[in-house]
Design a protein around this ligand. Structure first.
Ligand code: GLN
Ligand code: ZN
Length: 763
């Protein structure tokens, strides 16, 4: 009999209870016990609902107060010296100090978990010798075992993945690994003693490009762990991609189970058909999507499982999601405002449980045993096919009608920039901001009131216009050259557009953990996207009327809108990107008609869509660059200056793509990784205009003029001066007015100073 299994469940609570509990703890309003109690309730609810759906292998230790990699750092005692930790168990304050920084000590570095929007804390391997320093997994195991009356399946981040995700290695990886293995062995033995039959060890790094040397680490690790006799069986779990070139390594490891992703693409399916599967291993078949919100087509999934069962005997099969459900919102029941046609075709974490139940039963007992469920499921898909909410002929025809010319502006950059200079009359080293200004309490509370209906549209928009007017005046007063309207009317740069575009839906409660207590609510692209009416023109035109300086139109780019949403699966992503691009193009040309001469199309999420496998990157960059160009070409006059913004500095690998966007001006994050960015421009001759951020908006300090002058001087060593713009690293939304204005004043002074010091053309 096949079993059903889960890799992990959402842990922030159905209504983000964990967020509230830990944030209150941080501000001193909650005791540690309050946090512990909330956490326990969340876990019990998760186990209860999984149990109710008959899940055989219920995960534990998938819960975390902040981040599961941080939990593993604590488990291994990899606490960097700066936190002055010298007891045998990591306490909650040391834990949060590593997550958030404390007493002047910086937090651990935070970075993206593979290709998700989840962020983990980076282990530091110069932290001294590891030793078992936490009871958390064992406590949760006992708690669940008592609650469920059966042994759950503990989940651990694997030793090789922990190593490869870490930094500050002080010796060869194999030696670090040798330090970790005795601790993993000790953990396994404790779980065995506590009654665990299986343990799930996550090694998602096995789906990335690996060198032979790295591949040998997995062999070293699992040969070591397997030789330990007192241990549960090991399910080695991979996700987010296929094994590809690491197939032989993975299937050759001396473990009892291997978990594979059968959703991301067909590569694991093909490899399984071609190579077969070891007789002595259980296959964890990840057949329903742990990363996206579409209801599974159960007939298709059952066909897939039946096919897999031809290679792997049912007794050795686990039916499971492709990854942890951490990346999905909690449940659909909370969504009261979603259109019913849309809601019908969605499945969040809780809805996945029922899919897993039906599929396992169907596989074990035959299709007839789940006939009613399969029929009901098929009916939903048949109905959806007919929905005009989802399919829009006009939007489809418009993308289909796009020609090669639609991806290029009329004239090359050299000619455009000359015309723009004449039209805009900007000084050398022009100053600007990235767009948003502080979203004060007042702004947020007005929006909350408006959403509740306690103030009228009129009152709300009067207030927003007033704030916009004010911020324009302030920008004029300090002497900025290209102004922004402040984005007060936008909660989130993607949600704002998703609310206005057809084919996209926003949700009320569909939160997903991004990092720590921070959650995001990605919109859902459920159908063909088009723009029923202008989205930003009124506000930007109003802003332009307040000033003689150029006002920037401010849009979010097609790739960012797509990457920060749940995307469609029935058409390729480039098609959705192009639909969004065409909607944005209409906005760009409408802004132009309204007299806006500078239009910024932000693409901060372009880089994060980069596929995990390097051989797939070119294709991604190709279509994403094209969709940006589609949004900024046809009908855009030479005199209209197109800006874009990105906030990361790992530019080297994608600089050609960035140039290919053909944006006239790009502003980028720079101050935290100055050297790296400048290196990119030393290696690659960049021709367009660029504003390498002169100060870090994530710091509360007011930057001084001298430092910014120095930054500009350094930039002008690798870039011709006439190409350089002066701007902060990123938007100022999360900062306070008391820092923002002195900072910008200093920034404008820095520009003035460098203009005076270095007349263009001089050495
Ligand atoms: N224009 C946006 C802002 O200023 C850009 C945000 C971003 O880069 N993430 O807030
Ligand atoms: Zn940014």
């Amino acid at each position: 009999m096949a079993q059903s299994s889960l890799l992990g469940y959402p842990r922030i609570g159905r209504k983000r209870e964990l967020k509230r509990a830990v944030e209150r703890y941080w501000s001193g309003k909650n005791s540690e016990q309050d946090v512990v109690n909330t956490a326990s309730e969340i876990r019990k609810a998760a186990w209860g609902i999984q149990n109710k759906h008959g899940i055989d292998q219920i995960p534990v230790n998938d819960f975390s107060y902040y981040d599961h990699v941080l939990d593993t750092i604590c488990l291994m005692g990899l606490v960097p010296e700066r936190y002055n930790f010298n007891s045998s168990k990591v306490d909650i304050d040391t834990y949060f100090a590593m997550a958030r920084g404390a007493k002047g000590q910086p937090a651990l570095e935070l970075t993206k978990w593979f290709d998700t929007n989840y962020h983990y804390l980076v282990p530091e391997f110069d932290a001294g010798s590891p030793k078992l320093s936490s009871d958390k997994p064992f406590a949760e195991f006992d708690e669940a075992k008592k609650e469920l009356g059966k042994a759950p399946k503990p989940v651990l981040v694997g030793p090789v993945t922990l190593l490869l995700l870490g930094k500050s290695h002080t010796k060869p990886l194999a030696e670090h690994l040798a330090d970790l293995l005795p601790i993993y062995a000790e953990i396994l033995s404790k779980f065995k003693d506590a009654g665990a039959e299986w343990v799930q060890i996550d090694e998602p790094t096995l789906v990335e490009d690996r060198t032979d040397e790295e591949r040998s680490l997995y062999q070293q690790a699992y040969a070591g762990l397997a030789s330990q006799s007192n241990r549960p069986k090991i399910m080695l779990q991979t996700y987010f991609e296929s094994l590809n070139g690491n197939w032989d390594t993975a299937v050759g490891l001396p473990v009892e189970g291997l978990g594979l992703d059968f959703v991301r693409n067909d590569e694991n399916r093909a490899a399984l058909k071609k190579n077969g599967f070891p007789q002595d291993k259980v296959l964890g078949a990840g057949v329903v999507n742990g990363r996206n919100v579409w209801r599974s087509n159960l007939n298709d999934k059952l066909t897939l499982l039946e096919e897999i069962a031809q290679t792997v005997d049912k007794d050795r099969l686990w039916v499971q999601p492709s990854s942890s459900l951490l990346h999905l919102p909690h449940d659909l029941d909370l969504e009261e405002k979603l259109d019913q046609d849309v809601k019908n075709i969605l499945a969040f974490a809780q809805e996945r449980l029922e899919e897993i139940r039906v599929l396992t039963k169907g596989l074990n007992e035959g299709r007839n045993a789940v006939k009613a469920e399969l029929d009901a499921n098929q009916k939903i898909f048949d109905q959806a096919m007919k929905s005009t909410r989802i399919y829009n002929a006009q939007a489809q025809e418009r993308v289909a009608g796009v020609t090669e010319a639609d991806f290029s502006r009329t004239s090359p950059f050299r000619e455009r920039i000359a015309k723009q200079k004449a039209a805009l009359k900007l000084p050398e080293f022009p100053t600007t901001t990235i767009g948003s200004f502080p979203q004060t309490k007042e702004v947020r509370s007005m929006r909350a009131k408006w959403k509740k209906g306690s103030i009228s549209d009129q009152e709300y928009w009067d207030f927003m216009r007033e704030r916009t007017k004010e911020v324009i005046k302030q920008q004029e007063d300090i002497g900025l050259d290209v102004l922004a309207h402040g984005e007060f009317e936008r909660t989130d740069m993607v949600e704002f557009f998703a609310e206005k575009l057809e084919g996209m839906a926003v949700t009320e409660h569909a939160w997903v953990q991004s990092y720590g207590s921070r959650c995001v609510r990605p919109p859902i692209v459920y159908g063909d996207v088009y723009r029923p009416e202008p989205m930003t023109v009124d506000m930007i035109a109003f802003a332009q009327q307040q000033t003689d300086k150029p006002m920037k139109g401010m849009l979010t780019g097609p790739v960012t809108i797509l990457n920060w949403s749940f995307e469609r699966e029935d058409i390729p992503p480039y098609q959705t990107a192009n639909q969004i691009a065409l909607a944005l193009l209409d906005e760009v040309t409408d802004l132009q008609k309204a007299g806006i001469r500078v239009i910024q199309v932000d693409e901060p999420a372009l880089r994060e869509g980069l596929p995990l496998r390097s051989r797939k990157r070119e294709e991604y960059l190709d279509w994403s660059v094209r969709s940006f160009r589609l949004s900024t070409s046809t009908g855009v006059e030479d005199e209209t200056q197109i800006h874009t913004h990105m906030c990361y500095a790992e530019f080297n690998e994608i600089i050609a793509a960035i140039e290919a966007l053909d944006a006239d001006v790009i502003s980028v994050e720079n101050s935290r990784s100055h050297a790296e960015l400048l290196q990119a421009f030393t290696d690659h001759k960049y021709e367009r205009h660029i504003g390498p951020g002169v100060y870090d908006v994530h710091s509360a300090q007011v930057p001084n003029t001298e430092d910014m002058v120095e930054m500009l001087q350094r930039s002008s060593k690798v870039l011709p001066e006439e190409q350089i713009w002066v701007n902060p690293d990123c938007g100022l939304k999360t900062r306070g007015n008391e820092e923002v204005w002195p900072s910008l004043k200093n920034m404008v002074d820095a520009a003035k100073e460098i203009r005076a010091r270095q007349p263009v053309g001089a050495d």
